[in-house]
Design a protein. Structure first.
Length: 508
Protein backbone atom coordinates (compact mmCIF):
# COMPACT_ATOMS: atom_id res chain seq x y z
CA UNK A 1 0.00 0.00 0.00
CA UNK A 2 1.44 3.35 -1.06
CA UNK A 3 0.44 6.92 -1.88
CA UNK A 4 1.82 9.55 -4.27
CA UNK A 5 1.17 13.29 -4.51
CA UNK A 6 0.95 13.71 -8.27
CA UNK A 7 -0.29 17.23 -8.85
CA UNK A 8 -1.05 20.39 -6.87
CA UNK A 9 -2.82 23.31 -8.52
CA UNK A 10 -2.43 26.75 -6.98
CA UNK A 11 -4.83 29.66 -7.39
CA UNK A 12 -4.00 32.48 -9.76
CA UNK A 13 -4.84 35.14 -7.19
CA UNK A 14 -2.90 35.55 -3.91
CA UNK A 15 -4.68 34.96 -0.63
CA UNK A 16 -6.29 38.04 0.83
CA UNK A 17 -3.85 39.87 3.07
CA UNK A 18 -0.82 37.81 1.97
CA UNK A 19 1.37 37.39 -1.06
CA UNK A 20 0.93 33.63 -1.09
CA UNK A 21 -1.46 31.69 -3.29
CA UNK A 22 -3.78 28.93 -2.12
CA UNK A 23 -4.10 25.30 -3.20
CA UNK A 24 -7.35 24.80 -5.07
CA UNK A 25 -7.02 21.17 -6.19
CA UNK A 26 -4.78 18.15 -5.72
CA UNK A 27 -4.32 14.77 -7.38
CA UNK A 28 -3.25 11.75 -5.36
CA UNK A 29 -2.10 8.36 -6.61
CA UNK A 30 -3.27 5.43 -4.45
CA UNK A 31 -1.31 2.26 -5.09
CA UNK A 32 -2.38 -1.19 -3.88
CA UNK A 33 -5.25 0.38 -1.93
CA UNK A 34 -8.56 -1.56 -2.07
CA UNK A 35 -11.09 0.09 -4.36
CA UNK A 36 -13.72 -0.20 -1.62
CA UNK A 37 -11.50 1.81 0.74
CA UNK A 38 -10.84 4.50 -1.90
CA UNK A 39 -14.56 4.80 -2.59
CA UNK A 40 -15.30 5.05 1.15
CA UNK A 41 -12.77 7.88 1.45
CA UNK A 42 -14.39 9.65 -1.51
CA UNK A 43 -17.83 9.40 0.08
CA UNK A 44 -16.51 10.66 3.42
CA UNK A 45 -14.91 13.67 1.71
CA UNK A 46 -18.21 14.53 0.07
CA UNK A 47 -20.52 14.05 3.04
CA UNK A 48 -18.91 13.77 6.48
CA UNK A 49 -16.04 16.24 6.80
CA UNK A 50 -16.65 18.54 9.79
CA UNK A 51 -16.84 22.15 8.66
CA UNK A 52 -18.12 25.58 9.67
CA UNK A 53 -21.04 27.37 8.04
CA UNK A 54 -24.01 29.68 8.57
CA UNK A 55 -27.00 27.42 9.06
CA UNK A 56 -30.42 28.85 8.22
CA UNK A 57 -31.70 28.24 11.74
CA UNK A 58 -28.89 30.43 13.10
CA UNK A 59 -29.65 33.38 10.79
CA UNK A 60 -31.94 36.05 12.25
CA UNK A 61 -33.45 38.49 9.75
CA UNK A 62 -33.93 41.86 11.42
CA UNK A 63 -35.24 43.82 8.46
CA UNK A 64 -35.89 42.73 4.90
CA UNK A 65 -37.21 45.29 2.42
CA UNK A 66 -36.31 43.61 -0.85
CA UNK A 67 -37.74 41.54 -3.69
CA UNK A 68 -37.44 38.17 -1.93
CA UNK A 69 -38.73 36.64 1.28
CA UNK A 70 -36.75 35.78 4.41
CA UNK A 71 -36.42 32.06 3.61
CA UNK A 72 -34.71 32.83 0.32
CA UNK A 73 -32.33 35.27 2.01
CA UNK A 74 -31.36 32.85 4.79
CA UNK A 75 -30.89 29.98 2.35
CA UNK A 76 -28.67 32.11 0.12
CA UNK A 77 -26.62 33.28 3.11
CA UNK A 78 -26.21 29.71 4.36
CA UNK A 79 -24.40 28.73 1.14
CA UNK A 80 -21.65 31.32 1.63
CA UNK A 81 -18.34 29.52 2.33
CA UNK A 82 -16.50 30.53 5.50
CA UNK A 83 -12.73 30.34 5.56
CA UNK A 84 -11.41 28.07 8.30
CA UNK A 85 -9.13 30.29 10.36
CA UNK A 86 -7.77 29.93 13.91
CA UNK A 87 -11.09 31.01 15.46
CA UNK A 88 -12.93 28.07 13.98
CA UNK A 89 -11.16 25.27 15.84
CA UNK A 90 -13.15 22.03 15.92
CA UNK A 91 -12.95 19.22 18.44
CA UNK A 92 -14.09 15.62 18.03
CA UNK A 93 -15.29 14.12 21.30
CA UNK A 94 -17.65 11.42 22.50
CA UNK A 95 -21.25 12.39 23.02
CA UNK A 96 -22.43 11.81 26.61
CA UNK A 97 -25.81 10.72 25.24
CA UNK A 98 -24.87 8.24 22.49
CA UNK A 99 -21.24 7.38 23.26
CA UNK A 100 -20.39 8.10 19.61
CA UNK A 101 -18.04 10.81 18.42
CA UNK A 102 -19.44 14.18 17.41
CA UNK A 103 -17.95 17.47 16.23
CA UNK A 104 -18.28 20.85 17.93
CA UNK A 105 -16.40 24.12 18.37
CA UNK A 106 -13.37 23.75 20.59
CA UNK A 107 -13.77 27.29 21.98
CA UNK A 108 -17.27 28.74 21.77
CA UNK A 109 -16.08 32.08 23.14
CA UNK A 110 -14.06 32.74 19.96
CA UNK A 111 -17.00 32.34 17.59
CA UNK A 112 -17.82 35.69 15.96
CA UNK A 113 -21.13 37.13 14.78
CA UNK A 114 -21.73 37.93 11.11
CA UNK A 115 -23.94 40.87 10.24
CA UNK A 116 -25.11 42.37 6.97
CA UNK A 117 -26.76 45.79 7.14
CA UNK A 118 -27.06 47.43 3.71
CA UNK A 119 -29.43 50.13 2.57
CA UNK A 120 -29.62 51.47 -1.00
CA UNK A 121 -29.94 55.25 -0.67
CA UNK A 122 -28.70 56.15 -4.15
CA UNK A 123 -32.08 57.37 -5.31
CA UNK A 124 -32.48 58.17 -9.00
CA UNK A 125 -28.86 58.10 -10.19
CA UNK A 126 -26.86 56.31 -12.83
CA UNK A 127 -25.81 53.69 -10.28
CA UNK A 128 -29.19 53.10 -8.70
CA UNK A 129 -28.66 49.34 -8.26
CA UNK A 130 -26.43 48.31 -5.36
CA UNK A 131 -24.53 45.02 -5.57
CA UNK A 132 -24.06 43.45 -2.17
CA UNK A 133 -20.82 41.46 -1.94
CA UNK A 134 -19.51 39.19 0.78
CA UNK A 135 -16.92 41.87 1.57
CA UNK A 136 -19.84 44.03 2.82
CA UNK A 137 -20.42 41.73 5.78
CA UNK A 138 -19.35 42.92 9.21
CA UNK A 139 -17.79 40.45 11.63
CA UNK A 140 -17.43 41.16 15.32
CA UNK A 141 -16.91 39.47 18.65
CA UNK A 142 -18.76 40.26 21.87
CA UNK A 143 -16.96 40.16 25.21
CA UNK A 144 -18.37 40.70 28.68
CA UNK A 145 -16.21 43.08 30.70
CA UNK A 146 -16.49 43.69 34.47
CA UNK A 147 -16.28 47.43 35.15
CA UNK A 148 -15.56 48.95 38.57
CA UNK A 149 -18.09 51.77 39.04
CA UNK A 150 -16.58 53.19 42.26
CA UNK A 151 -13.10 53.33 40.79
CA UNK A 152 -11.49 51.82 43.89
CA UNK A 153 -10.35 48.69 42.06
CA UNK A 154 -12.53 46.45 44.20
CA UNK A 155 -15.21 44.69 42.19
CA UNK A 156 -16.19 42.29 44.99
CA UNK A 157 -17.62 44.81 47.44
CA UNK A 158 -21.02 44.40 49.00
CA UNK A 159 -22.14 47.83 47.82
CA UNK A 160 -22.47 46.55 44.25
CA UNK A 161 -19.70 48.77 42.89
CA UNK A 162 -19.20 46.68 39.72
CA UNK A 163 -21.24 46.01 36.62
CA UNK A 164 -20.92 44.02 33.42
CA UNK A 165 -20.55 45.78 30.11
CA UNK A 166 -20.58 44.32 26.65
CA UNK A 167 -17.56 45.12 24.51
CA UNK A 168 -17.77 44.72 20.73
CA UNK A 169 -14.54 43.97 18.85
CA UNK A 170 -14.75 44.28 15.07
CA UNK A 171 -12.80 41.71 13.05
CA UNK A 172 -11.48 41.73 9.50
CA UNK A 173 -13.93 40.17 7.02
CA UNK A 174 -10.96 39.06 4.90
CA UNK A 175 -10.10 36.51 7.57
CA UNK A 176 -13.47 34.78 7.09
CA UNK A 177 -14.57 35.28 3.48
CA UNK A 178 -12.00 34.98 0.72
CA UNK A 179 -12.13 36.21 -2.89
CA UNK A 180 -12.51 33.83 -5.81
CA UNK A 181 -9.55 31.59 -6.65
CA UNK A 182 -9.11 32.90 -10.16
CA UNK A 183 -10.85 36.28 -10.50
CA UNK A 184 -9.82 37.75 -7.17
CA UNK A 185 -13.36 39.12 -6.66
CA UNK A 186 -15.51 38.54 -3.60
CA UNK A 187 -18.71 36.54 -4.04
CA UNK A 188 -21.80 38.37 -5.17
CA UNK A 189 -24.56 37.97 -2.58
CA UNK A 190 -27.54 40.13 -3.50
CA UNK A 191 -28.88 43.17 -5.38
CA UNK A 192 -30.69 46.04 -3.67
CA UNK A 193 -32.73 48.46 -5.77
CA UNK A 194 -33.15 52.15 -5.10
CA UNK A 195 -36.32 54.21 -4.84
CA UNK A 196 -36.22 57.03 -7.43
CA UNK A 197 -38.88 59.02 -5.57
CA UNK A 198 -37.33 58.83 -2.12
CA UNK A 199 -33.71 57.79 -1.60
CA UNK A 200 -34.38 56.82 2.03
CA UNK A 201 -37.01 54.31 0.94
CA UNK A 202 -34.65 52.21 -1.14
CA UNK A 203 -34.40 48.47 -0.50
CA UNK A 204 -32.77 47.39 2.74
CA UNK A 205 -31.42 44.15 4.15
CA UNK A 206 -30.28 43.52 7.71
CA UNK A 207 -29.61 40.16 9.35
CA UNK A 208 -27.26 38.50 11.81
CA UNK A 209 -25.83 34.98 11.73
CA UNK A 210 -23.81 32.79 14.08
CA UNK A 211 -21.59 30.02 12.60
CA UNK A 212 -22.05 26.38 13.56
CA UNK A 213 -20.27 23.05 12.99
CA UNK A 214 -21.83 20.38 10.80
CA UNK A 215 -21.39 17.88 8.00
CA UNK A 216 -22.57 17.94 4.39
CA UNK A 217 -24.73 14.86 4.97
CA UNK A 218 -27.09 17.09 6.97
CA UNK A 219 -26.78 20.25 4.85
CA UNK A 220 -24.75 21.09 1.74
CA UNK A 221 -23.58 24.35 3.32
CA UNK A 222 -21.00 22.43 5.38
CA UNK A 223 -19.26 20.85 2.38
CA UNK A 224 -15.66 22.17 2.10
CA UNK A 225 -14.96 20.45 -1.22
CA UNK A 226 -16.21 20.86 -4.76
CA UNK A 227 -15.42 17.82 -6.90
CA UNK A 228 -14.10 14.57 -5.46
CA UNK A 229 -13.58 11.84 -8.03
CA UNK A 230 -11.25 8.97 -8.80
CA UNK A 231 -10.31 7.14 -11.97
CA UNK A 232 -8.36 3.99 -12.71
CA UNK A 233 -4.88 4.49 -14.11
CA UNK A 234 -4.57 3.09 -17.62
CA UNK A 235 -2.26 0.18 -18.25
CA UNK A 236 0.79 0.47 -20.49
CA UNK A 237 0.56 1.10 -24.24
CA UNK A 238 1.87 -2.41 -24.77
CA UNK A 239 -0.98 -3.96 -22.78
CA UNK A 240 -3.54 -1.80 -24.57
CA UNK A 241 -2.08 -3.00 -27.87
CA UNK A 242 -2.43 -6.62 -26.76
CA UNK A 243 -6.08 -6.12 -25.76
CA UNK A 244 -6.84 -4.34 -29.02
CA UNK A 245 -5.12 -7.13 -30.98
CA UNK A 246 -7.40 -9.67 -29.30
CA UNK A 247 -10.43 -7.66 -30.36
CA UNK A 248 -9.21 -7.68 -33.97
CA UNK A 249 -8.57 -11.43 -33.85
CA UNK A 250 -12.04 -12.04 -32.48
CA UNK A 251 -13.67 -9.87 -35.13
CA UNK A 252 -11.74 -11.58 -37.93
CA UNK A 253 -12.67 -14.99 -36.54
CA UNK A 254 -16.36 -14.02 -36.65
CA UNK A 255 -16.00 -12.73 -40.21
CA UNK A 256 -14.27 -15.90 -41.38
CA UNK A 257 -16.99 -18.03 -39.81
CA UNK A 258 -19.42 -16.11 -42.02
CA UNK A 259 -17.17 -16.50 -45.09
CA UNK A 260 -16.37 -12.77 -45.09
CA UNK A 261 -13.04 -11.14 -45.86
CA UNK A 262 -10.82 -10.10 -42.91
CA UNK A 263 -10.83 -6.49 -41.76
CA UNK A 264 -9.02 -4.06 -44.02
CA UNK A 265 -6.34 -1.67 -42.77
CA UNK A 266 -8.80 1.23 -43.01
CA UNK A 267 -11.36 -0.64 -40.90
CA UNK A 268 -8.70 -1.55 -38.35
CA UNK A 269 -7.64 2.10 -38.16
CA UNK A 270 -11.25 3.18 -37.51
CA UNK A 271 -11.60 0.52 -34.81
CA UNK A 272 -8.38 1.73 -33.18
CA UNK A 273 -9.69 5.30 -33.00
CA UNK A 274 -12.91 4.07 -31.43
CA UNK A 275 -10.94 1.92 -28.97
CA UNK A 276 -8.77 4.86 -27.88
CA UNK A 277 -11.83 7.02 -27.24
CA UNK A 278 -14.20 4.52 -25.65
CA UNK A 279 -12.42 1.41 -24.42
CA UNK A 280 -8.80 2.30 -23.57
CA UNK A 281 -9.79 3.47 -20.05
CA UNK A 282 -11.09 -0.03 -19.35
CA UNK A 283 -7.58 -1.43 -19.75
CA UNK A 284 -6.34 -0.43 -16.30
CA UNK A 285 -3.59 -1.64 -14.00
CA UNK A 286 -4.72 -4.65 -12.01
CA UNK A 287 -3.65 -6.85 -9.13
CA UNK A 288 -3.90 -10.61 -9.12
CA UNK A 289 -7.63 -10.43 -8.32
CA UNK A 290 -8.33 -8.36 -11.44
CA UNK A 291 -9.07 -5.32 -9.26
CA UNK A 292 -7.52 -1.96 -10.05
CA UNK A 293 -4.43 -1.32 -7.92
CA UNK A 294 -3.48 2.14 -9.20
CA UNK A 295 -6.08 4.90 -8.70
CA UNK A 296 -5.91 8.65 -9.30
CA UNK A 297 -7.99 10.63 -6.77
CA UNK A 298 -8.79 14.30 -7.43
CA UNK A 299 -9.92 16.63 -4.64
CA UNK A 300 -11.04 20.21 -5.36
CA UNK A 301 -11.56 22.78 -2.61
CA UNK A 302 -14.15 25.58 -2.58
CA UNK A 303 -11.67 27.86 -0.81
CA UNK A 304 -12.40 27.27 2.87
CA UNK A 305 -9.28 25.16 3.35
CA UNK A 306 -6.68 23.14 1.48
CA UNK A 307 -7.75 19.97 -0.43
CA UNK A 308 -4.73 18.27 1.16
CA UNK A 309 -6.22 19.09 4.56
CA UNK A 310 -9.59 17.78 3.39
CA UNK A 311 -8.04 14.45 2.33
CA UNK A 312 -6.23 13.96 5.65
CA UNK A 313 -9.39 14.91 7.55
CA UNK A 314 -11.31 12.32 5.52
CA UNK A 315 -8.90 9.57 6.59
CA UNK A 316 -9.33 10.52 10.25
CA UNK A 317 -13.13 10.85 10.07
CA UNK A 318 -13.49 7.40 8.51
CA UNK A 319 -11.12 5.95 11.09
CA UNK A 320 -13.14 7.47 13.94
CA UNK A 321 -16.39 6.13 12.50
CA UNK A 322 -14.94 2.61 12.36
CA UNK A 323 -13.59 2.96 15.91
CA UNK A 324 -17.10 3.79 17.11
CA UNK A 325 -18.34 0.57 15.51
CA UNK A 326 -15.59 -1.45 17.18
CA UNK A 327 -16.27 0.10 20.58
CA UNK A 328 -19.89 -1.00 20.23
CA UNK A 329 -18.89 -4.71 20.36
CA UNK A 330 -17.59 -6.42 23.51
CA UNK A 331 -16.30 -10.00 23.25
CA UNK A 332 -14.79 -11.80 26.25
CA UNK A 333 -14.77 -15.22 27.90
CA UNK A 334 -18.17 -14.76 29.46
CA UNK A 335 -20.37 -12.91 26.99
CA UNK A 336 -20.74 -11.06 23.67
CA UNK A 337 -22.50 -7.72 23.76
CA UNK A 338 -23.62 -5.44 20.94
CA UNK A 339 -24.42 -1.83 21.81
CA UNK A 340 -28.21 -1.68 21.52
CA UNK A 341 -28.10 1.97 20.48
CA UNK A 342 -25.97 1.09 17.48
CA UNK A 343 -26.53 -2.58 16.64
CA UNK A 344 -29.22 -5.21 16.32
CA UNK A 345 -28.14 -8.85 15.92
CA UNK A 346 -30.34 -11.83 15.04
CA UNK A 347 -30.46 -15.11 13.09
CA UNK A 348 -32.86 -15.93 10.28
CA UNK A 349 -32.85 -19.03 8.03
CA UNK A 350 -29.43 -20.04 9.36
CA UNK A 351 -27.96 -16.67 8.32
CA UNK A 352 -26.66 -14.05 10.76
CA UNK A 353 -27.86 -10.46 10.45
CA UNK A 354 -26.20 -7.39 11.92
CA UNK A 355 -28.24 -4.20 11.65
CA UNK A 356 -26.48 -0.85 11.98
CA UNK A 357 -28.48 2.22 12.96
CA UNK A 358 -27.90 5.43 10.95
CA UNK A 359 -25.27 4.08 8.56
CA UNK A 360 -25.22 3.76 4.80
CA UNK A 361 -23.32 2.51 1.76
CA UNK A 362 -20.00 4.04 2.85
CA UNK A 363 -19.57 1.60 5.73
CA UNK A 364 -21.63 -1.17 4.13
CA UNK A 365 -19.58 -1.61 0.96
CA UNK A 366 -16.27 -1.17 2.80
CA UNK A 367 -16.83 -3.79 5.52
CA UNK A 368 -18.52 -6.19 3.11
CA UNK A 369 -15.43 -6.22 0.88
CA UNK A 370 -13.08 -6.71 3.82
CA UNK A 371 -15.16 -9.54 5.31
CA UNK A 372 -15.17 -11.32 1.95
CA UNK A 373 -11.36 -11.43 2.07
CA UNK A 374 -10.68 -12.52 5.65
CA UNK A 375 -9.31 -15.99 6.26
CA UNK A 376 -8.63 -17.82 9.51
CA UNK A 377 -4.99 -16.71 9.28
CA UNK A 378 -6.06 -13.07 9.27
CA UNK A 379 -8.10 -13.63 12.43
CA UNK A 380 -5.42 -15.52 14.35
CA UNK A 381 -2.38 -13.41 13.40
CA UNK A 382 -3.56 -9.83 13.13
CA UNK A 383 -0.18 -8.19 13.83
CA UNK A 384 1.55 -10.18 11.09
CA UNK A 385 -1.10 -9.43 8.48
CA UNK A 386 -2.39 -5.92 9.25
CA UNK A 387 -0.06 -4.25 6.72
CA UNK A 388 -0.57 -6.81 3.94
CA UNK A 389 -2.96 -6.45 1.02
CA UNK A 390 -6.15 -8.47 1.50
CA UNK A 391 -6.64 -10.59 -1.62
CA UNK A 392 -9.53 -12.82 -2.54
CA UNK A 393 -9.04 -16.43 -1.53
CA UNK A 394 -10.78 -19.78 -1.62
CA UNK A 395 -10.08 -20.03 2.10
CA UNK A 396 -12.30 -17.13 3.13
CA UNK A 397 -14.20 -17.84 6.32
CA UNK A 398 -17.58 -16.50 5.21
CA UNK A 399 -19.58 -18.23 2.55
CA UNK A 400 -21.97 -15.27 2.35
CA UNK A 401 -21.15 -11.65 3.21
CA UNK A 402 -23.38 -8.96 1.78
CA UNK A 403 -25.41 -5.94 2.84
CA UNK A 404 -28.38 -3.80 1.91
CA UNK A 405 -30.12 -0.61 2.99
CA UNK A 406 -33.36 -1.62 4.67
CA UNK A 407 -35.30 1.41 3.41
CA UNK A 408 -34.23 4.63 1.67
CA UNK A 409 -35.95 6.77 4.31
CA UNK A 410 -34.72 4.87 7.39
CA UNK A 411 -30.95 5.00 6.86
CA UNK A 412 -30.34 1.59 8.44
CA UNK A 413 -27.72 -0.84 7.18
CA UNK A 414 -28.27 -4.61 7.27
CA UNK A 415 -25.39 -7.10 6.92
CA UNK A 416 -26.15 -10.72 6.06
CA UNK A 417 -23.50 -13.39 6.75
CA UNK A 418 -23.16 -17.15 6.55
CA UNK A 419 -20.16 -19.05 7.90
CA UNK A 420 -18.64 -21.70 5.64
CA UNK A 421 -19.40 -25.15 7.09
CA UNK A 422 -15.74 -26.20 6.97
CA UNK A 423 -14.78 -23.46 9.45
CA UNK A 424 -17.33 -24.06 12.18
CA UNK A 425 -15.13 -26.57 14.01
CA UNK A 426 -11.99 -24.42 13.61
CA UNK A 427 -13.78 -21.42 15.02
CA UNK A 428 -14.94 -23.48 18.00
CA UNK A 429 -11.29 -24.20 18.88
CA UNK A 430 -10.64 -20.48 19.29
CA UNK A 431 -12.99 -20.21 22.24
CA UNK A 432 -13.12 -23.74 23.63
CA UNK A 433 -12.20 -22.57 27.16
CA UNK A 434 -14.98 -20.01 27.51
CA UNK A 435 -18.19 -20.18 29.50
CA UNK A 436 -20.59 -19.26 26.71
CA UNK A 437 -23.93 -20.85 26.14
CA UNK A 438 -24.81 -22.27 22.72
CA UNK A 439 -26.52 -19.12 21.50
CA UNK A 440 -23.49 -16.96 22.33
CA UNK A 441 -21.11 -19.48 20.75
CA UNK A 442 -23.18 -19.41 17.58
CA UNK A 443 -23.02 -15.61 17.51
CA UNK A 444 -19.24 -15.44 18.12
CA UNK A 445 -17.85 -16.03 14.58
CA UNK A 446 -19.95 -13.25 13.08
CA UNK A 447 -19.14 -10.77 15.83
CA UNK A 448 -15.43 -11.54 15.45
CA UNK A 449 -15.52 -11.27 11.64
CA UNK A 450 -17.32 -7.95 11.74
CA UNK A 451 -14.96 -6.58 14.38
CA UNK A 452 -11.85 -7.71 12.51
CA UNK A 453 -13.02 -6.27 9.19
CA UNK A 454 -13.32 -2.86 10.84
CA UNK A 455 -9.95 -3.28 12.57
CA UNK A 456 -8.13 -4.09 9.32
CA UNK A 457 -9.73 -1.04 7.68
CA UNK A 458 -8.55 1.14 10.57
CA UNK A 459 -4.98 -0.11 10.19
CA UNK A 460 -5.09 0.60 6.45
CA UNK A 461 -6.26 4.16 7.16
CA UNK A 462 -3.45 4.71 9.66
CA UNK A 463 -0.95 3.51 7.10
CA UNK A 464 -2.39 5.88 4.48
CA UNK A 465 -2.07 8.77 6.94
CA UNK A 466 1.64 8.05 7.32
CA UNK A 467 2.17 7.57 3.59
CA UNK A 468 0.33 10.82 2.86
CA UNK A 469 2.63 12.86 5.12
CA UNK A 470 5.69 11.21 3.56
CA UNK A 471 4.40 11.85 0.01
CA UNK A 472 3.97 15.56 0.77
CA UNK A 473 7.48 15.86 2.18
CA UNK A 474 8.94 14.19 -0.90
CA UNK A 475 7.24 16.74 -3.14
CA UNK A 476 8.81 19.69 -1.28
CA UNK A 477 12.38 18.64 -2.10
CA UNK A 478 14.33 19.14 -5.31
CA UNK A 479 13.99 21.42 -8.32
CA UNK A 480 10.89 19.64 -9.63
CA UNK A 481 8.97 19.88 -6.35
CA UNK A 482 5.27 20.71 -6.73
CA UNK A 483 4.46 21.61 -3.11
CA UNK A 484 5.66 24.39 -0.85
CA UNK A 485 6.85 23.44 2.61
CA UNK A 486 4.34 25.74 4.32
CA UNK A 487 1.47 23.88 2.68
CA UNK A 488 2.41 20.45 4.03
CA UNK A 489 -0.44 19.01 6.15
CA UNK A 490 0.49 16.70 9.02
CA UNK A 491 -2.42 16.92 11.46
CA UNK A 492 -6.19 16.78 11.00
CA UNK A 493 -8.11 20.04 10.91
CA UNK A 494 -9.78 19.13 14.21
CA UNK A 495 -8.63 17.99 17.63
CA UNK A 496 -9.35 14.38 18.55
CA UNK A 497 -10.46 13.31 22.03
CA UNK A 498 -11.25 9.82 23.34
CA UNK A 499 -10.36 8.26 20.01
CA UNK A 500 -8.83 5.00 21.24
CA UNK A 501 -10.36 1.56 21.12
CA UNK A 502 -9.61 -1.37 23.39
CA UNK A 503 -8.80 -4.76 21.90
CA UNK A 504 -11.40 -7.08 23.44
CA UNK A 505 -10.80 -10.31 21.55
CA UNK A 506 -9.62 -12.64 24.28
CA UNK A 507 -8.21 -15.39 22.07
CA UNK A 508 -5.31 -13.37 20.61
Amino acid sequence: MNLELRKVEYSEQPSSGTEDTMICSAELGLLDVPVALVNAIRRILMSKLPNVGLHEKDIHVIENISDTHNQFITHRASLLPLYRNKRFKIVCRKSPNTGLHEFAFDHDSLIPIFELNEHNTHGFTQHSVQNVMTSDFKVYEKKIMVVDIDGDGDSDGEDGGAKQEEEIIELDIRDFMKPDYYTGDYNHFYVLKSNPNNAQKGQKLNFKAIPSVGQAMTHALYSPVGCVAFEYDKDTEEMQGIIFGKQIDQRNHERLSKTLDPLTENEIDLMRRSFDRLDSARVYKQNRDGECNSINLTVESIGVYSPLQAFLDGLHVLEIELIDLMNGIVIDNNHINFDEGLYEFYFKNNHAFIKLIDHGHTIGNLLKEYMNRLTLVHLQNFEDNKHKVLYKSVDTVLEVATYRITHPLEGNLLFEMKLANSYEAQFADLYKDNTWDKTTARKAPYAIMFYKAAQYAVENLKMLQEKFITAQTEQTMGVSSILKQEHVVQLPGFRREDDNFVERLFYE
